[in-house]
Design a binder for this molecule. Sequence first.
Ligand code: BES
Ligand code: ZN
Ligand code: ZN
Length: 474
Amino acid sequence: MRITVDRRPAEQIDADALAVPVFEGRKEDRFGSSDLYASGEVTGKLGELTLIHHPNGAAAKRVLLVGAGKPDQFDPNVARRVAGIAARYLKQKSLKNVAFLTENGENFAISAVEGAILGNFDPDRYKSGNDRKSLDSFTVVGDVSDAAAEQGRIIAEAQNFTRTLVNEPANRLGPSGVAEAARGMAEQHGLECEVLDETRMRELGMGALLGVAMGSAQPPCLIVLRYRPAQDSGKAHLGLVGKGVTFDTGGISIKPAEGMEKMKYDMAGGATMIGAMQAIAQLKPAIPVTAFIPCVENMPGSRAQRPGDIVTAMSGKTIEVINTDAEGRLILADALVYARRQGCTHLVDAATLTGAIVVALGHLRVGLFSNNDALRDRVLAAAETEGERTWAMPLDEEYKDYLKSAFADLANVGGRWGGACTAAMFLREFAEETPWVHLDIAGTAWIDDEKPHLAKGPSGLPLRTMVRLALDWK
Ligand code: BES
Ligand code: ZN
Ligand code: ZN
């Protein structure tokens, strides 16, 4: 979709449709809206849609009044949603060239562009036929810089790249496919990309990661993407670690059949970090950022690891694998240790790690765990700015007791209760003293029911939080 800015008055904008936000209680006259307010047809309620054909005094063929809610609650996050609602509604009507009125400044314009690009996305690439609909162009109308529109485009296109990767089924995108996608992106955007293969990982002693990969015919890999700013102060170095399980059957501790098809999204954390690096490469924050994506397929098979197996992680710690379905923490353990050895001073991981986080927070909030209050607050602030709702969860020392093993340094599961907390505690054992944040995105990386502003399927969360964290680093 082409993104443009038009600074002419709204009346002069020639488009298939001009979307105009209208607000509760603010009965302005917008191409006939005052009459519609008077008749009660328009209230300004968030998401309300009123399409006007042949609007009075507008060059556009249609005006779409989009309810934007209460004026005092209208912020860039609401603007993103409103633009997404308009984009999805208009593309459904087979309209192609859409304009959107923004009057609140640059941050609203950035969000509006994001909302339109995100709303224009549908995970329908494997549907045949020509009834697939999408917008050709989106024009922000207002006193907005090209740079703002460009920033919105970069971030939302990165997020859609993540969503495309997550949506790929496991037969079409295994570990090597993810590596190829990362490499292609890196070449296009000038990042360094290195892919560690099985042999290299064995040399490095990544026994926890390799154990998970044993059941699959597809070889595992560890993808490393490096961004370096023009001037590196040499102080902080951000490491982004993402779980890349291209399919999670559970392994020998196999999952029930119902809903298992969704486990193609178990690489969403990894795809998020790859997408974040695409945006970071273009927006060029001042801090060096390196992404680490351990990729495996978790399968049962004659060579698969078994419950009771004891593996040795790269740090030297031994792990008793009680449940082969708790595989994410095993691959992340080695990736976290490797990231620290690569010089990262601050770590953030994102992983569809536990069903327990869905029990705790539903599909609304990302669960955050940390060993460092300052980094936790940075990530929470970034998430808040970007409207990616996140909630800090506890990580008391005593959760470690849940992970005791009679035969190894620790067990890979912590029993029935507090599953998201014990999983995070397991990771902390590998982050050790390095400031680290873990984001459990099992409940938020996938949208189960279509929303007016977003399609069903991969959400691309928490990509914007990662990009914001890097951009705002001081
Ligand atoms: N990938 C799953 C977690 C998951 C569950 C993601 C539901 C999305 C939706 C993870 O590998 C897993 O299987 N976790 C187990 C851990 C348990 C065995 C301790 C879980 O949450 O049930
Ligand atoms: Zn699992
Ligand atoms: Zn998993």
